[in-house]
Design a protein around this ligand. Structure first.
Ligand SMILES: [Zn+2]
Length: 333
């Protein structure tokens, strides 16, 4: 089964050591808390996030929302074990009508958003910026393989809620996700800031599946007077949720707090084991050759319409790279 969840069978018993004090940016750190049957991943993003967002010069609320989507993508996509692609997209009716994050295993990230600047000022928070629509998560394993797509409705909530809804409805794995994005202002230079982000995904994966029963997320459309279906959640999962609930946004993005120290702060009483961090990079996959073959796939009429001032100019939406072609090179004429 294709799944965005950590591999519950992966184990590597390393020596126990003190948590590293050295912050590692731009990486996903897998972890497990054996005593509570918890597995998870913690992402820290610094220069990689800044590089992606700085190319677009987004208004702060758009940058923050796209940053959240990027962190969520790293938490979900980093479980892919093949040389594939994980794509997270939203299509909604809010001020940010479209966003896409493209993760190419093992480590490449690119992303962009479309928004209506006139509508931004009235919208507070991720849910209001997105509005209503859906979030799609696609695993693409290449031309000869089938695609897997998970869909979840966005109904005024943010990306954390959408992730909870997805894991509850589609994978039936008790899951909590935290996402945080912030701007770090440097040395009093006006206007000089850098984006940082962090996030955590934590799942309850007990050996006995009946322990993973979950209480309903929403009461649903049950008629009035219906007795609510109550499920008593497993004590280990109750404890896990209460621990992740204590994580503050500032802890997730703090450049002076290492991912390992944060995990130790949360789980030291139960014992936490971390695995090898997976590095992340901002890198677009566009190229002049790829744009050229895309142009060739258009009809001659479409190509002719693209000629402006004697040339065809194509700008990559992901990385803002500009590619120029003569009409001849673009196959016009
Ligand atoms: Zn590009």
């Amino acid at each position: 089964m294709t799944s965005f969840s950590p591999d519950s069978k992966a184990t590597s018993r390393g020596p126990i050591r003190a948590p590293s004090a050295i912050p590692v940016d731009d990486a996903v750190l897998p972890f497990e808390v054996d005593a509570l049957d918890l597995r998870g991943r913690l992402t820290r993003l610094g220069p990689t996030l800044d590089e992606i967002l700085a190319k677009h010069d987004y208004p702060a609320p758009v940058g923050k929302l796209l940053g959240e989507a990027i962190v969520l993508t790293t938490l979900l996509g980093s479980s892919l074990k093949f040389d594939g692609r994980f794509i997270l997209q939203t299509r909604t009716d809010g001020p940010v009508s479209f966003l896409i994050v493209d993760f190419k295993a093992p480590d490449r990230l690119r992303a962009y958003a479309r928004y209506d600047s006139a509508r931004l000022s009235g919208a507070q928070g991720s849910g209001a910026l997105l509005g209503k629509g859906h979030l799609a998560m696609t695993i693409d394993q290449g031309a000869d393989m089938s695609r897997y797509q998970g869909l979840v409705a966005l109904d005024g909530g943010g990306l954390e809620e959408a992730a909870h809804e997805y894991f509850f409805r589609s994978e039936q794995i008790p899951t909590r996700v935290r996402l945080a994005v912030g701007e770090e202002w440097r040395g009093g230079e006006p206007g000089k800031h850098r984006w940082r982000a962090g996030g955590m995904l934590m799942q309850f994966l007990p050996k006995a599946p009946e322990r993973a029963r979950q209480a309903d997320l929403h009461p649903g459309d049950a008629p009035e007077g219906t007795v609510a279906h109550t499920v008593r959640e497993d004590d280990a999962w109750v404890e896990g949720q209460s621990l992740i609930a204590t994580v503050e946004d500032i802890e997730l993005i703090d450049p002076d707090l290492s991912a390992e120290r944060l995990l130790y702060r949360l789980f030291h009483q139960r014992g936490v084991r971390v695995f090898k961090p997976l590095p992340l990079h901002a890198q677009c996959s566009c190229s002049r050759d790829a744009v050229s073959s895309m142009l060739k796939s258009f009809t001659p009429k479409d190509r002719a319409e693209m000629v402006q001032n004697g040339k065809v100019v194509v700008t990559c939406e992901f990385c803002s790279s500009v590619y120029q072609f003569t009409p001849d090179e673009a196959g016009v004429g």
